[in-house]
Design a protein around this ligand. Structure first.
Ligand SMILES: Nc1ncnc2c1ncn2[C@@H]1O[C@H](COP(=O)(O)OP(=O)(O)OP(=O)(O)O)[C@@H](O)[C@H]1O
Ligand SMILES: [Mg+2]
Length: 296
C-alpha cells in the first residue's frame, strides 16, 4: 500500500502543485489519478519514487516513509512508464527493455532472455528486438515502455499517461491488453491520465484532482458515476451524455466478468475479449471526438 498523509508540494516559485493530499492507494490494484492539465498528477506520482520531494507531509510505501529509503533502492522496486514511452533512441528495443536488469548487473544473456519474454507478454513481435525506437509505431513504442518498466518485476508501477500518444483505436487495444496483463501480474499500479473514459475503464479506484492540486473525490468508478462529490466532478465526468457513455464501459466490464464466471474456458474468453475490444474501440473513437469538441 502507498499512502499520502497531509502531503503538499510547493515548487520554489510558489506554485502549489499538490495541496494537503491524503490518499491510500491499495496494493495489487490499479488506482487512477485523473484531472485537468496542471492539477498535480505527475507531481503526485513522482513523490512516490522521490523524483519530487514533498514540502510537507509524508509518503509511505508498505508502511515505510520513503524519505528513509535511498532513492536508487526505492526506484528498483518501482517501475516508471513516462508519457511518449521515453525510450533511449540509440539503443535497440531489446536493450531498452533490458535497461534495469543491466543496471542491476544481470549478465547480458539473462537480461536479454528476460527482455524477449516481456516482448511476448506485451504483444510485441520478437522480430522487432533489433530495431531502434524510431523504427516502431507509436503503439509499439508504448508497449516497449511498459515492458521496460516491468523488466525487473517491480511490485509497484507508476504510469504517467502511458497510452496518450496513440490514436483512440490503438489506445483501446493497449488498454485491453494492459487489463489482461494486470489480471496476471497483480501489481500495485498508479496510473495517471487526463481522460476520464480511460480512468473509468482501468481504475479500481479513481482520484479526481482539480487545478491547485486539490483532491476533489476518491472513489470507485461506480461511486464516482453514481454520486459525483460536487459540480467540478460532475462537469469533469462530462454531464449526462458522458455519464451515460461511461456506464456503457462498466456494462462491458460486467459482461466480461459474467462470461469469465460462467467458466467458458479460454476460447470463450478470447471470443468475448475480441468483441469487447472492438466495441470499446468504437466507443473510444466516439468519445475522443466529444472530448476534443468540448475542449475547443
Ligand atoms: N519544476 C516545477 N517548478 C515550478 N512549477 C512546476 C514544476 N513542475 C510542475 N510545476 C507546476 O505544478 C503544477 C502541477 O504540475 P504537474 O506536472 O504535476 O501537473 P499534471 O497534472 O501532471 O499536468 P499535465 O496533465 O499537463 O501533465 C502546474 O501548475 C505546473 O506548472
Ligand atoms: Mg503530467
Amino acid at each position: 500500500m502507498i499512502t499520502f498523509a497531509g502531503v503538499t508540494k510547493r515548487y520554489p516559485d510558489g506554485t502549489v502543485a499538490v495541496d494537503h493530499l491524503d490518499l491510500e492507494i491499495p496494493a495489487g490494484r490499479i488506482t487512477v489519478l485523473v484531472g485537468p492539465s496542471g492539477c498535480g498528477k505527475t507531481t503526485t506520482l513522482r513523490m512516490i519514487n522521490r523524483m519530487v520531494e514533498p514540502t510537507e507531509g509524508t509518503v509511505t510505501v508498505d508502511g515505510r516513509d520513503v524519505r528513509g529509503v535511498d532513492p536508487a533502492t526505492l526506484r528498483r522496486g518501482i517501475g516508471y512508464v513516462i508519457q511518449q514511452a521515453g525510450l533511449f533512441p540509440h539503443r535497440t528495443i531489446v536493450d531498452n527493455i533490458a535497461t534495469v536488469p543491466y543496471l542491476l548487473g544481470w549478465d547480458k544473456k539473462k537480461a536479454r532472455a528476460r527482455a524477449y519474454e516481456l516482448m511476448e507478454r506485451v504483444g510485441l513481435d520478437p522480430a522487432l528486438a533489433r530495431r531502434y525506437p524510431a523504427q516502431l509505431s507509436g503503439g509499439q513504442q508504448q508497449r516497449v515502455g511498459v515492458a521496460r518498466a516491468l523488466a525487473a518485476d517491480p511490485p509497484i508501477m507508476l504510469m504517467d499517461e502511458p497510452f496518450s500518444a496513440v490514436d483512440p483505436i490503438v489506445r483501446a487495444g493497449l488498454q485491453e491488453e494492459f487489463l489482461r496483463l494486470q489480471r496476471d501480474l497483480e501489481k500495485t499500479i498508479v496510473f495517471v491520465t487526463h481522460d476520464i473514459d480511460e480512468a473509468v475503464k482501468l481504475g479500481h479506484r479513481i482520484a479526481v484532482f482539480q487545478v491547485g492540486g486539490v483532491l476533489a473525490q476518491y472513489a470507485t468508478p461506480d461511486e464516482l458515476l453514481a454520486r459525483p462529490a460536487d459540480d467540478f466532478v460532475t462537469d469533469f465526468l462530462g454531464g449526462e451524455r458522458g455519464i451515460r457513455r461511461l456506464r456503457f464501459f462498466k456494462e462491458l466490464d460486467a459482461e466480461e466478468s459474467a462470461g469469465a464466471a460462467d467458466g467458458g474456458g479460454a476460447a470463450a474468453r478470447a471470443g468475448s475479449d475480441g468483441s469487447e475490444s472492438d466495441r470499446a474501440g468504437d466507443a473510444a473513437a466516439e468519445g475522443d471526438g466529444r472530448t476534443a469538441a468540448a475542449e475547443r
